[in-house]
Design a protein around this ligand. Structure first.
Ligand SMILES: [Zn+2]
Length: 220
């Protein structure tokens, strides 16, 4: 049996065990994109979304439906399996940022209390999918979150910056590396800027950031 046939057979068995569902509305039998025909496929972004302190940021899609529902379910409705669909839309970032196999993928960390509550770090799941594609590795322990900051979505731009100041630290063993930061949604960029600052201070080179979606502060 050729590998491709084996892969298809495995997919068929997995579909029987856990049928495929739309990432946004949970309807059965979605399109290959992971979304049903009614929800539609999120329009992809094709270029760098913005720069934060000189670091390029690529997001797979603009924040809006159906990706907003998909991200909400991913984070708040215990649907870690959606990481695969959400990461797929951001894969273009691997090429755009010139990521190499030796680069380290670092997710924005959750505070340990939030991690326990949720059971997984959604950014780490995205990083895992992206790293698999880039044949790189994830270092989910490189950054730690020192403060259990309130949800960013409720704050304006200034409030977000103040909220995440001094919220992160580097817990690194080993030499400095080229790093790609991963977050679920980029809004004002305050969280990513705070992470970039501590990684740079520790000697790492942050070559870029990848997120599933890019939102204006007021569209959240
Ligand atoms: Zn749907």
């Amino acid at each position: 049996m050729r590998p491709i046939s084996l892969r298809r057979s495995l997919d068929a068995v997995l579909d029987l065990l856990a049928p495929r569902r739309c990432a946004a509305c949970d309807a059965l039998d979605p399109e290959p994109s992971g979304y049903c025909a009614e929800c539609g496929t999120p329009p992809p972004l094709l270029d760098i979304s913005c720069h934060l302190d000189g670091t390029p940021v690529f997001a797979g899609s603009r924040y809006g439906e159906p990706i907003a529902s998909s991200i909400r379910r991913f984070k708040y409705e215990h649907a870690p399996e959606l990481g695969r669909v959400l990461a797929a839309s951001a894969l273009r970032g691997v090429d755009l940022l010139g990521v190499e196999a030796t680069d380290v993928w670092v997710p924005v960390p959750l505070h340990p209390l939030r991690l326990t509550e949720r059971g997984y770090n959604q950014s780490a799941l995205l990083a895992r999918e992206l790293a698999r594609h880039a044949r790189g590795r994830v270092d989910a322990r490189r950054l730690i979150r020192l403060r259990n900051t309130d949800q960013q979505a409720k704050r304006n731009r200034l409030g977000r910056s103040q909220n995440v100041a001094h919220a992160f630290a580097v817990r690194r063993r080993g030499p400095p590396r080229r790093v790609v930061l991963v977050d679920d949604v980029v809004t004002t960029g305050a969280t990513l800027c705070a992470c970039i600052a501590v990684l740079r201070a520790a000697g790492d080179e942050v070559i870029g950031c990848v997120a599933a979606a890019y939102a204006d502060a007021w569209s959240m």
